[in-house]
Design a protein around this ligand. Structure first.
Ligand code: FE2
Length: 245
């Protein structure tokens, strides 16, 4: 049994999962009191404008400007800012794709932050980005900020014991050191703008302090959750998974 709730303060939709449905790594955060994800009100964008710009980009960018790594072989990402080098925290390189999305270019031109990479990410109908984790969080060196462009009703992100679905235009972020999975069981594609930035004070001030609190506990629980996921994978002889961007 699940319960749907709408937070009036930030537009977040959180679906509370039943304890019986939780996987071992999801149990770790249950009752911890840790905030795992939150909206970034400074990143709120007009959904209709974003959708119009995405439509223009989608019509103009050919196969060479996209990666085709979705589970069904369809396109998965369009780089707007390409990482300069994997594993290096440096400003990325804008691509020609960015010219089709002027409001994103304006967002990225904030002079007080370092954009490591920026992508349009597509999840096809009935696509799942399986459980994984990466060292991206407001207390890590790098943060991932997300702005949904097309957010079909029913698509959601599981992180820890929570399931969330932010509406189109609502920027948000999370502690992605904890295992997370993205599910789109709908008939529509899901399109997200992701912005990877250096977690400097100029970024942290945009975010609720609770996303960075209780650091010893947070790090310990993230490690425990990751270990449980890795043990589960090993027990099933499943290969590791990394998001392709
Ligand atoms: Fe991820």
């Amino acid at each position: 049994m699940t319960q749907q709730s709408q937070s009036a303060c930030n537009g977040r939709v959180t679906r509370e999962l039943s304890v019986e449905s939780l996987l071992p790594w999801q149990m770790v955060t249950l009752g911890s009191g840790l905030m795992l994800q939150a909206s970034c009100l400074d990143l709120r964008s007009e959904a209709a404008a974003l959708q119009a710009e995405f439509a223009a980009a989608d019509a103009a960018v050919g196969p060479a400007g996209r990666a085709f790594l979705a589970s069904d072989g369809s396109w998965s990402t369009m780089a707007l800012v390409q990482r300069s080098r994997l594993g290096v925290l440096a400003a990325g390189l804008p691509t020609p794709n960015l010219e089709h999305m002027p409001s994103v270019a304006a967002l990225l031109s904030r002079s007080n932050w370092t954009v490591v990479g920026c992508h349009l990410v597509r999840q096809p109908p009935h696509g799942t980005l399986p459980w994984h984790f990466e060292d991206q969080a407001p207390y890590s060196q790098e943060s991932r900020l997300l702005v949904p462009i097309h957010a079909p009703d029913g698509a959601e992100t599981l992180i820890g014991h929570e399931s969330v679905a932010y509406p189109a235009g609502m920027g948000w972020t999370g502690d992605f050191n904890f295992p997370h999975q993205v599910e789109n069981p709908t008939e529509s594609q899901r399109i997200i703008l992701i912005v990877d930035v250096v977690s400097g004070p100029e970024v942290r001030r945009l975010l609720p302090p609770a996303l960075m609190d209780k650091l010893p506990l947070r790090r310990a629980l993230a490690g425990e959750a990751r270990n449980r996921l890795l043990q589960w994978r090993a027990s099933r002889s499943e290969p590791g998974f990394s998001a392709p961007y």
